[in-house]
Design a protein around this ligand. Structure first.
Ligand code: SAM
Length: 139
């Protein structure tokens, strides 16, 4: 299980899921039993990630192979939208999470990502979050 903190803009959690699946595929490994928990403080970003629906121009910037493997294009009035395929959508959960609150995700995670978010915090806040991340990792 992967925990992706403060990272729901621009398909980030979906991209991580896809990168891990593609990495396993390229190496000829069995498909990982992947689960991603993506979080952000921004309820709009969480709601958008939960919907899993994206504008065509954002998805068509990805390689055509990736688009075909992981996304379905709408038809008719929604031909300008793509939806992440159900089988991968089901592996991603999203929730609102303030990293400064006590309500930090419980669990044993195989990997925890946090990109471009520590810039908002004071030094003692960064070390508190970093300790929680360390405690949340599978040994
Ligand atoms: C600069 S963006 C980085 C987004 C993404 N990780 C990336 O690298 O593209 C910072 C993100 O941190 C989130 N954020 C800011 N303060 C936060 C907090 N206290 N707890 C959780 N997320 C927070 C913002 O909503 C925003 O999505």
């Amino acid at each position: 299980m992967i925990l992706d903190l403060a990272d729901l803009v621009d398909l980030q959690s979906d991209r991580i899921a896809i990168a891990l699946l593609e990495g396993a595929r390229e190496k000829g490994l069995r498909e990982p039993q992947l689960e991603i928990l993506g979080t952000d403080i921004d309820p709009v970003a969480v709601a958008e990630a939960q919907r899993g629906i994206y504008p065509a121009e954002q998805i068509e910037a990805l390689s055509p192979v990736i688009v075909a493997r992981y996304f379905d294009r709408g038809s008719g009035e929604i031909a300008n939208l793509y939806r992440i395929k159900d089988w991968i959508w089901q592996r991603c959960q999203f929730r609102i999470q303030n990293l400064l609150s006590e309500n930090y995700p419980d669990g044993a995670f195989d990997g925890i990502l946090a990109r471009n978010v520590f810039i908002y915090f004071k030094r003692d806040e960064v070390s508190r979050i970093a300790s929680r991340m360390r405690e949340g990792l599978v040994p």
